[in-house]
Structure formats: structure tokens, C-alpha cells
Design a binder for this molecule. Structure first.
Ligand SMILES: Nc1ncnc2c1ncn2[C@@H]1O[C@H](COP(=O)(O)OP(=O)(O)OP(=O)(O)O)[C@@H](O)[C@H]1O
Length: 659
């Protein structure tokens, strides 16, 4: 039995994914089956992101003949056309193997006639030689086709994936406010794979099957129109049966995928929060819950199996019935001398080719339609315009003066909520400024504007008295060093993390940055890090303590020698020693006074040391001044804030000096 919280979590995930629909391509003949299976796997892989993003749209089926979709189809075919050599070779291989394969039933029929009627061993040898030649040709060109199309697919995927990453990584921060990283990841991995298979061989295979279908039909008609008429009686119910099966199979596949998606979502959450899982000793419970999700999927798996089995049974029955009818009626025609035994054999083989072609056309076209739908979303995201346009201005060096003039700002994802309202302040070069205010008052938003992650709605943000929009965007960001509250490192070595933002550096630069960040001692302490700078930090720097991470992040910001340094002081519990070490690093920098330093300050010691304190409440600047000046305002915001901190009795209580 699920307990209540499990049920809540279960139903939340259920609601989040049930809206998603998946289309499963049907299956056709050998290679088409392979392609279709690939597509299934890709669609299956996509579930991971479906869970990540509740409102992630499923791959859409679209009418590819509508002008918009045709344009889209042409756009992704463009990726194939860039590698036309492989496309052409693949298609040559495809056509030659198709011609060979379509000739084989005819040769088989001729051989039967030679054996049973002509009884000429010379003809038989020639026919056998022709058979072998076609077989060889077929094998060689199958290789050409397989190799070319697969390589083409890889090339398309390489281009598409790197292009997507490149486009995504350049988008505004706003883009990341709107799209979850899980979704972007799956766009790059799963969606591209779906598009790739359609862009490489699906269209060619579709074309080949259509040709084979029409070709077989014409040959059948030429061999015996009477017998072909018999097929007209059998084929329609077969097509209807297949259509019904596909419908049902899709329905259950979708439900199966949905259940799998729930399981994936659950597993993602469990692995992502593994520390919480362990600290509550929930491993077994999580395993049991995961099993339940899988069991739910299994129920539909069972239904699919039954359906699949029934389908095979019915198709076999109808197929064999068709062959029996052809044999019976065809046999009569042979006995009446209207048909040879060989022609009857060819007829049967062409009937098989015709039906597999029919199945494959359905499967592949479904796959292409799905791919066009997927690519539509991909291209749409790729084309999202970058709102933050770079200016052109740069300077030899920035002095570090910052000013906000009547700045009003709302987040693009939260229209009509002014996060900053008519904000005015000025920071002179080399000053240390503390931004203080209660949670949600707008401190981080202010520093986001200084880094031009967003543009203001009204007013101006100026650097050295010039509108920030006039500057080259990369140049502006190069002038600013930023250390976030919970600094994130990249997996790699300590050194790679420190030099992350600079193209050239010397060992002295690293050492200086480490020293200023108060990190040199621990980095070079071989009892802690035997590999020194070459120590691998693990994913997101998990192998480092909070304080160590913070100091490496400070060194990373300092090595580029920025004119403006922005700190978001950590509020999360660093142990006393780590906090002391980080604080020492910050104090070091504040003393230097060569940089403009903006600290989103939480600790009184930092606040007190600042030249200027800017008090922000509800997005408005309420007070500006130094510690003493602000404390002298009776009932002032700052005074109250400090008093609240004292009564809150957290980190300030031992240091507070309100005199
Ligand atoms: N990316 C965002 N998209 C939409 N709204 C946001 C975003 N970031 C912050 N906000 C909203 O803007 C307001 C100000 O947030 P901000 O992070 O600037 O506050 P803060 O003073 O830095 O808070 P804290 O001290 O808790 O970090 C809050 O109401 C917050 O919900």
C-alpha cells in the first residue's frame, strides 16, 4: 500500500505526464523495422525529459503538406543535403538493391519453369549465375546504402546537436527562466535523434517501398490480372485489420510510455535527491515505489504482448489464407495452361513483397510525420530571438563607476510585477557597497541588471556614466567578477575551475588569485589535496567543502582581474572555520579598495565595513549611507532590520554594535 505522501507524489507526477501523448510508428520490413525500432527507443528516451518538464509538448504529428510544415521539412532535409555525397551514395545503393530484390522473384519463377518445364540445365546454370550476381550486387550495395545512410545520420546529428547547444548557450537568461535544463538536454539528445533518422534514410526508404509496392503490383498484373483480382478480395480486410491493430497498439504503447515516464520521473527525483533519500533511510521504500511504477507499465506491456501475438496470429492466418487462395486459384490456372508453375511462384513472392512494402510505407511515413513535428519545436527554440542585444562600445579599462537612474524592472516571465521601482543610486569606483534588505526585496535582481542578464523596463543602468546597453556585452561581463551564494564548480580540476574565465594566464596569476581568495593554503596542502591544482573536484565540485568551493569561486572571479566584483554572501550554514576563511577572503578584498565591490550582505561584519549601504525593501531603495549614518535614523529601515536581526539572534548577535 502507498502511504499518503507517496500517493501525493505519485499523483502529482501522474498529472504532470498524462497530458503527454506519444505516437508509435508501426513496423515494416527488415531495415524499416530497424529504423522504426530506433525511433521507438529515441521516443522512449524522451520520456526522461517529459518528466522533467510538466508542460513539455509531446512529439507532434503534423500535416507535412501544409506550407509551414513543408518549409520545416525542407529545413531539416537541408542538413542532409549538406552531406550530399553520402545522400547520393546511399540512394544509389538503395535503388540498386531495390532493383536486385525486385528481380529475384522473377528469376525464381524462371528457374522453377526451367526445372519443371524446359528441363534445360544450361539455362538453369545461367539463371543461377544471374541469381548469384544479383545476390552479390545486392550485398555490396546494401553495404554502400547502410554505411552511407548511417554516416550521414551521424553527420546530421553532430551538426544539429552542436548547433543546438551553440544556439541555446547564447540565449538570454530569460530563455533559461522559461525552459528547464532537462528539456533543453532532451531536445539536444532525443529530439535530434528522431529528426536525424528521418533526415537521413527514412525518406529514401519510404520512396523505395512505394516504388517496390507499385513495381510489384504492375508485375503481378502482368503475370496474371485474374490472380491479382483475387488479391483485391483479401488485401482490404488485411489492411483494415492492420489499421485497427496499429490504432490499438499505439493506444497501449502511449499508455505504456506514460507509465514508464512516471517511473523515469520518480527515478530522476530519487537519484537527484539521493542525500535526502539516504538521510531518511528511504532506499527500500523508493525501490518499492519504483517497482510499482514499473508494474503499472508492465500491465500495458502485457496488453501489448497479447495484441502483438494476436496480430501475428491474424496476419499469419490471413497471409497464409491469401497464399492458399492464390495457390488454389493459381494452381487451377496452371492446370488450365493459362499460367506456368514458375509464374505462379513469382506471383506468390511478389505478393509477399507487396504486402511488406505496404506495411513499411505506413510505418515510415508515421515516423517522418513525427519527426517533422519534433523538428518544428526544435527549430522554434533554436530561433528564439536574443533580446539582450550587444552594443559595440569598449574601453581600455573600466573605472568601475556604477549608477542606477530611475530604474524600474520586471522579469519577462513575471509581467506586471515591478521587482525594482524607480531605483536610484550611485557607486563610485573603488567603493565597497553592501546591498541589504529582506528576502525577495530585489538585491539579486539589482546585481543581475549590473551584469546585464536582463534589460531594465524603464530608466538607465550606467557604467562609467555610459548606458550599459552601449557596451559590447561580452566586454561588460569580462569587467565583472561574480561569486554567487552557492557557487557552482564544473567537474574538472581545481586549476580548470580557477582559470575558467580567462584565455591566458600564468602560474603567478593563479597563485595571486588563490592568495587573495584565501585558498592558497588548502589548495597546496598535500595532506588535503595530494594532486594540488590537478585535483578533480567532482560533479559540481562535490569533493570540496562549502567553504573551499566558495573560495575557489572567489579565485575564479579574481583571476580575470575584474574592475567590479559582486559577491552574494552565503547564508547557508558554512561551518565556523569555513565561514571565517571565506570572510577573511572577502575582508582582504575590501581592504584593497581598487575594485568596486558590491556585496549582497547578510553578515553584520561585512555590512559595517562597507563604504555605503543601500537598503532595498520591496524593490525600492529606502536608505543609503554608512552604518553609523543609517543607524542614526530613528525607526529607519536599516535600524529596524538590524534590530530584527538581533532579536532573530543569528549570525549578528555576537558582533552587533548599534552605537
Ligand atoms: N528569474 C526570476 N523570474 C521571475 N521572478 C524572479 C526571478 N528571480 C527573482 N524573482 C522575483 O523577484 C523578486 C526579487 O527577488 P530577488 O532574488 O532579487 O530578491 P533578493 O532580495 O535577492 O532575495 P534573497 O535575499 O532571498 O536572495 C522576488 O519576488 C522573486 O520572486
Amino acid at each position: 500500500m502507498r502511504n499518503q505522501s507517496d500517493q501525493d507524489r505519485y499523483s502529482t507526477i501522474s498529472q504532470s505526464t498524462n497530458e503527454n501523448t506519444l505516437e508509435l510508428p508501426i513496423q515494416g520490413q527488415d531495415e524499416d523495422l530497424y529504423v522504426t525500432d530506433k525511433a521507438n527507443q529515441k521516443i522512449l528516451g524522451q520520456d526522461t525529459y517529459k518528466d522533467d518538464k510538466k508542460d513539455k509538448e509531446p512529439p507532434k504529428r503534423v500535416n507535412i503538406f501544409a506550407q509551414k510544415h513543408r518549409k520545416n521539412l525542407m529545413r531539416f532535409l537541408q542538413y542532409s543535403w549538406e552531406n550530399k555525397k553520402f545522400l547520393i551514395f546511399g540512394n544509389i545503393g538503395l535503388v540498386i538493391t531495390s532493383v536486385c530484390q525486385i528481380s529475384l522473384p522473377y528469376l525464381t519463377g524462371r528457374m522453377v519453369d526451367v526445372i519443371s518445364t524446359d528441363k534445360s540445365s544450361e539455362d538453369l546454370t545461367w539463371l543461377a549465375l544471374a541469381f548469384v550476381t544479383l545476390g552479390f550486387l545486392s550485398a555490396i550495395f546494401s553495404f554502400v546504402r547502410g554505411y552511407s545512410f548511417n554516416l550521414l545520420g551521424e553527420k546530421v546529428m553532430l551538426k544539429l546537436r552542436s548547433e543546438l547547444f551553440d544556439k541555446f548557450v547564447q540565449k538570454d537568461v530569460e530563455f533559461y527562466d522559461q525552459n528547464k535544463s532537462g528539456e533543453l538536454m532532451s531536445r539536444i539528445t532525443s529530439d535530434t535523434a528522431i529528426v536525424q533518422s528521418a533526415a537521413s534514410d527514412s525518406l529514401s526508404i519510404l520512396l523505395r517501398n512505394i516504388i517496390q509496392f507499385i513495381g510489384s503490383f504492375i508485375i503481378l498484373w502482368i503475370i496474371s490480372y485474374e490472380l491479382t483480382m483475387i488479391l483485391f478480395i483479401i488485401v482490404p480486410p488485411l489492411i483494415i485489420g492492420i489499421a485497427v491493430f496499429i490504432r490499438l497498439f499505439k493506444k497501449y504503447s502511449k499508455l505504456y510510455q506514460d507509465k514508464l515516464a512516471l517511473g523515469n520521473s520518480f527515478a530522476n527525483e530519487a537519484f537527484g535527491n539521493i542525500r535526502v533519500v539516504k538521510s531518511f533511510a528511504r532506499e527500500q521504500k523508493e525501490s518499492q515505489n519504483f517497482y510499482k511504477y514499473m508494474q503499472d507499465a508492465y500491465v500495458y506491456g502485457e496488453k501489448k504482448s497479447l495484441l502483438h501475438g494476436s496480430f501475428l496470429g491474424i496476419v499469419t492466418l490471413l497471409g497464409e489464407g491469401a497464399i492458399l487462395c492464390v495457390l488454389w486459384y493459381g494452381g487451377k490456372l496452371v492446370l488450365e495452361g493459362k499460367l506456368t508453375t514458375g509464374q505462379l511462384s513469382s506471383f506468390i513472392l511478389y505478393t509477399i513483397t507487396l504486402s511488406t512494402g505496404l506495411l513499411a510505407v505506413g510505418g515510415i511515413s508515421n515516423q517522418i510525420i513525427t519527426a517533422v513535428g519534433v523538428s518544428e519545436k526544435l527549430f522554434e527554440m533554436m530561433d528564439v530571438e536574443i533580446g539582450i542585444k550587444s552594443g559595440v562600445k569598449t574601453k581600455n579599462s573600466l573605472d568601475g563607476n556604477i549608477s542606477f537612474e530611475n530604474v524600474t524592472f520586471e522579469y519577462p516571465t513575471k509581467k506586471n510585477v515591478n521587482v525594482l521601482k524607480n531605483v536610484n543610486f550611485e557607486v563610485k569606483q573603488g567603493q565597497v557597497v553592501a546591498l541589504v534588505g529582506s528576502s525577495g526585496s530585489g538585491k539579486s535582481s539589482t546585481v543581475s541588471l549590473i551584469q546585464r542578464f536582463y534589460d531594465v523596463n524603464q530608466g538607465l543602468v550606467k557604467l562609467d556614466n555610459i548606458d550599459i546597453k552601449q557596451y559590447n556585452l561580452n566586454w561588460v561581463r569580462e569587467q565583472i567578477g561574480y561569486v554567487s551564494q552557492e557557487p557552482t564548480l564544473f567537474s574538472g580540476t581545481l586549476k580548470e575551475n580557477i582559470v575558467y574565465g580567462v584565455n591566458s594566464y600564468t602560474q603567478q596569476d593563479i597563485d595571486k588569485a588563490l592568495e587573495m581568495a584565501n585558498a592558497k593554503q588548502f589548495v597546496y596542502d598535500t595532506t588535503i589535496f595530494p594532486d594540488g591544482l590537478n585535483t578533480l573536484v567532482g560533479e559540481r565540485g562535490v569533493k570540496l567543502s562549502g567553504g573551499q568551493k566558495q573560495r575557489i569561486a572567489i579565485a575564479r572571479a579574481l583571476i580575470k582581474n575584474p574592475k567590479i566584483l559582486i559577491f552574494d554572501e552565503a547564508t547557508s550554514a558554512l561551518d565556523a572555520e569555513s565561514e571565517y576563511q571565506v570572510q577573511k577572503a572577502i575582508d582582504n578584498l575590501m581592504v584593497h579598495g581598487q575594485k568596486t565591490i558590491i556585496v549582497i550582505a547578510h553578515r553584520l561584519s561585512t555590512i559595517k565595513n562597507a563604504d555605503t549601504i543601500i537598503v532595498i525593501q520591496n524593490g525600492e531603495v529606502k536608505e543609503i549611507g554608512n552604518h553609523k549614518q543609517l543607524l542614526s535614523i530613528k525607526d529607519g529601515f536599516y535600524t529596524k532590520l538590524i534590530q530584527r536581526q538581533i532579536s532573530g539572534a543569528d549570525e549578528f548577535d555576537s558582533e552587533i554594535d548599534t552605537k
